[in-house]
Design a protein around this ligand. Structure first.
Ligand code: GLN
Length: 237
């Protein structure tokens, strides 16, 4: 059976562990770089990304996390975990934070506002219904949620949602001597996949719908089958 790592520095890692248990998968809490060795896949939970980044830095986890993502192993980031995986994050109050990167997108850390603007919505996710069955929508739990403003060509958009009415306009500061841009679209991206990376701005681990965890497990299974095929190919040549 699959063994899924869950980054357990801060945030909703217990909820991910429980969600994995519910579908008969084994989760392993990861707090140190060496605990990533031998794992096939990893979940980076929601929480507070600045705090999580400080803890990850303290435990010297960034190089190992980058290597894990770069090796093509399945990684799923929810909320703060999505921020971790983004190549670029905007919307920090003060300064930046270290990112793992790998996901070709620009994420806004607090796009949907503060705790008071947290909300739940029924989110249509055609790909989830197609692969895992059930309802065409899933319950999207957005807590101080980030959103994806822009994606690169290799990123598949799985879900988007309307920008809430009254949302103040967002300036994307390039910081590189280029013009600042204002985000003016009326929809914003909240779930994506890019190869081995899955990312959601909301928290499936806080609902009883196991389909996202099952989808991730299927990515894990595919990737293990692929590396096994590559191994037997090189062994037979
Ligand atoms: N906006 C939060 C951050 O910057 C993420 C919130 C969450 O993970 N629930 O980390």
């Amino acid at each position: 059976a699959a063994v899924v790592g869950v980054l357990a520095l801060q945030g909703s890692y217990n909820e991910h562990m429980a969600a994995l248990r519910r579908i008969g998968a084994k989760g392993v809490e990861v707090r140190k770089p060496e605990q990533l060795l031998g794992l096939d896949s990893l979940i980076i939970p929601g929480g507070e990304s600045t705090t999580m980044a400080k803890l990850a830095d303290y435990h010297n986890l960034f190089p190992a996390l980058r290597e894990f993502v770069g090796a093509g192993k399945p990684v799923w980031g929810t909320c703060a975990g999505l921020i971790f995986l983004a190549n670029k994050a905007v919307g920090q109050k003060s300064g930046g934070q270290e990112l793992v990167g790998g996901l070709d997108c620009t994420v806004h850390r607090n796009f949907f506002g503060s705790q008071l603007q947290s909300f739940e919505t029924e989110l249509p996710v055609p790909m989830l219904a197609e692969k895992e069955g059930g309802s065409l929508t899933c319950r999207g739990v957005f807590i101080r949620a980030p959103a994806i403003l822009e994606v690169g060509p290799d990123v598949e958009v799985l879900a988007d949602c309307p920008v809430p009415a009254g949302r103040p306009s967002i300036t994307i500061t390039s910081g590189e001597g280029l013009e600042d841009e204002v985000y003016s679209k009326d929809r914003v991206i909240v779930a994506v996949r890019q190869g081995n990376i899955l990312a959601t701005a909301f928290h499936p681990e806080l609902t009883s719908d196991s389909r996202w965890h099952r989808l991730f497990l299927a990515m894990d299974k595919d990737s293990r089958a692929r590396s096994f095929a590559a191994l037997s190919l090189s062994a037979s040549s």
